[in-house]
Design a protein around this ligand. Sequence first.
Ligand SMILES: Nc1ncnc2c1ncn2[C@@H]1O[C@H](COP(=O)(O)OP(=O)(O)O)[C@@H](O)[C@H]1O
Ligand SMILES: [Mg+2]
Length: 173
Amino acid sequence: MSKNTYSLRLPNLAATDAFGRAIADAVAEKAIICLSGNLGAGKTHLVKSTGKALGIPEVISSPTFSVCNEYESGRLPFYHFDFYRLNENLMATGSPVETLAMEIDEIMSLKKMLSMIEWPEAFLINQKNYFEDLDRITIRLQTLDNEERLAEIKSCGALSDIVFQSLLNTLCK
Ligand SMILES: Nc1ncnc2c1ncn2[C@@H]1O[C@H](COP(=O)(O)OP(=O)(O)O)[C@@H](O)[C@H]1O
Ligand SMILES: [Mg+2]
């Protein structure tokens, strides 16, 4: 059985940028990547690095008035989700969480896309985490030092295993 977890040290911002490039290169057609870690761990920075490496010229910033920003200008459609302010966003739109889930179902079932999701643990439907049954890669970022981060990468599912192996090939070069 091949290994489905890998830990990577990110000593500085340049290392996180290189990790983002490796992620973008590893995704041929599709990946769902759930990011966890405290505020300031570097989730958004990793999303920006990955989006840039996909060829997106726009400035990538965290979604503010919605849970998702969509970018169509790169090699693959790129979706940046952030559920940190989910309740405020739901209140602002007035739509129930189930409606949002239907919109997200559509994105998750696209054949070609890269989705990166901050605070995935906050998206609960009937007290169950929306993402836990999806074929996905999880990355947990931890602050070790002012600059240094630790990334724990895990693949959960057959499609993600392929992306994960390709990612390892780049990271272990
Ligand atoms: N190795 C590193 N990787 C990622 N971010 C780093 C690193 N070293 C320092 N930082 C800084 O940490 C902060 C991370 O912020 P951000 O990416 O918004 O975190 P999060 O989205 O997890 O809350 C940024 O100010 C970034 O410049
Ligand atoms: Mg963030």
